[in-house]
Design a protein around this ligand. Structure first.
Ligand SMILES: [Zn+2]
Length: 589
């Protein structure tokens, strides 16, 4: 369906963006902007609107516009096809086990899940594993069968390059060169230049410099982690060299041996309602705002709860819906959404209506919803996006709340994870669901000790994918490279070690070839520099320092996209962000 609509939507967008009469009116306002005495926010709105038209080809001569339309149409079809292929290949793969011995090492719960999956697929009495993370990862972690781990791992990493009708190799390189051509038509050197102009990073060089600063320390840590696992292999009396399909398995063993930390021991301290109250408490201490449940306003599902958010002076700020449990018709993952964005219309401040959504562990017949620590962090993360939406005070919808550049938007959310994970704050909200006792020091200590666990690996596989993304999108030639060779060369340039592969290889890197993250995959860790550095400002004063919180609220959270993000950030921090806090947080200092 979307496959048919994509080129029509591309054409429709182009029809608007390249409408000469419409653009003439926008341009007339823009050209006369100096005489209009605009406020900074109005100036920003005009600038953004004008730039969006220009960046869509509004100012080009007709021949170039005609070619641009063709490029956009082809790109729209290819990127949908790319994503579809990945989905189909993900779903098509199944690894059927019919001999119980092949389950060696797998815990009972993992076996039960695989047995259920087999039943669902009409294979009762057998076990099915798939490439979906909840099936794949435990298999890689626990299976004692090295040959089978290799089989599963390769099935996962070879997606999109199997020579079948779902092969994405040619699509990836075609998409990349079409983007080269589009950048050229629009007057940019590369696609990355085109994309990054709108982000905080501004230029490809800035992104490369940034990734480069992290790469060295992360790779050094990953090498140390690999050596630790190799040593464990040796102690087991085996003599093979650690391979990528061994990493998860031995990481799990190292974790158990070194930290003795078990997810199930933590859960009783993370009852969903307590975690949500914890998030409300943190926001209250920081910004003086309150959350009161409202049962008299309409909800779209019985699982949903609604809260009215009020400012310290009692004035209405927003309505927040929280919707945390999975349902058949609900998409996966966690996210924040705006039902109504904030704006000022005819002098009236229209306050936002926001939702936080998740797919957290549900209550059972005899237990409330006990979520994992990771899920608790996710709850705080999405709540941070919600605060960005709740506290906003702007004039125009398109610039308010979370309508900010991609490499800036995760600041508001990720910073909340810092409070969620702070031992002092954990003591306040992580209480045993039966006894109400705060989380014991012994558990907190284990959490603290294990916080750098596997950070080398996680950072390296992520950074490798970020480099790959940038390499594709700094191409300047319209000559299609051979995709896997391109990957190999990109990884060789950064010196990726053979024990780790990029989080995504090009043939299944949907974020950049099908989603909106081309030349933008670096954003997550870019924003982590900001949130770590911003949180540092609290650590330098106190965890709930009201003056620092007030400054963060007024200069960042209230301002949406009304000014350049770096200007906003500097107003809060008094300087540009520094990378040190992130290095420290990941244990790379
Ligand atoms: Zn987020």
């Amino acid at each position: 369906m979307y496959y048919e609509l994509a080129p029509k939507l591309a054409k429709h967008n182009d029809d608007i963006a390249m409408d000469a009469a419409l653009f003439a009116r926008v341009k007339a306002v823009y050209d006369g902007r100096d005489r209009l005495a605009l406020s900074p926010e109005e100036a920003r709105l005009l600038e953004e609107t004008y730039k969006d038209f220009v960046r869509s080809g509004a100012g080009l001569e007709p021949a170039k516009q005609a070619r641009l339309r063709q490029v956009n149409e082809e790109l729209s079809v290819l990127s949908v096809k790319f994503g579809e292929n990945v989905l189909k290949e993900n779903n098509a793969f199944e690894f059927v086990i019919n001999n119980e011995a092949d389950l060696a090492g797998l815990p009972a719960a993992v076996r039960a899940g695989a047995a259920d999956a087999a039943k669902e697929r009409g294979k009762p009495g057998q076990w099915v594993f798939t490439l979906h993370k909840p099936s794949l990862i435990p298999f890689l972690q626990y299976s004692e069968r090295r040959d089978l781990r290799e089989k599963m791992f390769k099935a996962y990493t070879n997606r999109g390059a199997n020579g079948n009708d779902l092969d994405n190799r040619a699509l990836a390189s075609r998409i990349a060169v079409l983007r080269v051509e589009r950048a050229g038509l629009l007057g940019y050197r590369t696609h990355a230049d085109y994309v990054l102009e709108k982000n905080m990073a501004k230029t490809p060089q800035a992104v490369y410099d940034f990734l480069g600063k992290l790469w060295g320390p992360a790779l050094a840590r990953a090498k140390a982690e690999a050596a630790e696992m190799q040593e464990m292999i040796r102690r087991e009396g085996r003599d093979f060299k650690l391979e990528p399909w061994d990493w998860w398995h031995y990481a799990e063993k190292v974790k158990k041996a070194k930290y003795d930390l078990d997810d199930t021991a933590l859960r009783p301290y993370f009852q969903l309602e307590n975690v949500l109250d914890g998030a409300f408490m943190v926001a209250g201490k920081l910004y003086g705002i309150t959350f009161a449940e409202r049962t008299d306003i309409p909800k779209y599902h019985e699982d949903v709860r609604a809260f009215e958010v009020k400012d310290a002076d009692g004035s209405h700020l927003a309505v927040l819906y929280v919707d945390y449990f999975p349902r058949a018709s609900k998409r996966g993952g966690a996210w924040m959404n705006n039902f109504r964005e904030q704006s000022i219309r005819e002098g009236k401040d229209i306050r936002p209506v926001i939702s936080n959504n998740g797919n957290f562990s549900k209550p059972t017949a005899d237990q409330p919803a006990l979520i994992s620590y990771e899920e608790a962090l996710t709850l705080f993360h999405e709540f941070g996006h919600a605060l960005h939406g709740i506290l906003t005070r702007c004039t125009y919808e398109s610039l308010s709340g979370t309508n900010v550049p991609r490499d800036f938007v995760e600041l508001g959310s990720q910073i909340m994870e810092n409070w969620a994970a702070d031992p002092e704050v954990l003591k306040m909200y992580a209480r045993h669901y039966q006894t109400g006792e705060p989380i014991p020091d012994a558990l907190l200590e284990k959490m603290q000790k294990s916080r750098f666990f596997n950070q080398g690996f996680e950072t390296v596989e992520y950074l490798a994918a970020s480099f790959l993304d940038m390499d594709w999108h700094t191409l300047t030639e319209a000559r299609e490279p051979e995709t896997l060779k391109f990957d190999e060369e990109a990884m060789a340039r950064i010196g990726l070690i053979p024990e780790i592969v990029s989080r995504y290889k090009s043939p299944h890197f949907s974020h950049i070839f099908s989603g909106g993250y081309s030349a933008g995959y670096y954003s997550y860790i870019w924003a982590e520099v900001l949130d770590s550095d911003a949180f540092q400002a609290f650590k330098e004063t106190s965890l709930f320092d009201r003056a620092t919180a007030e400054s963060f609220r007024r200069n960042v959270l209230e301002r949406g996209g009304t000014e350049d993000p770096m200007v906003l950030y500097k107003r809060f921090r008094g300087r540009e962000p520094k990378i040190e806090a992130l290095l420290k947080k990941r244990g790379f200092d």
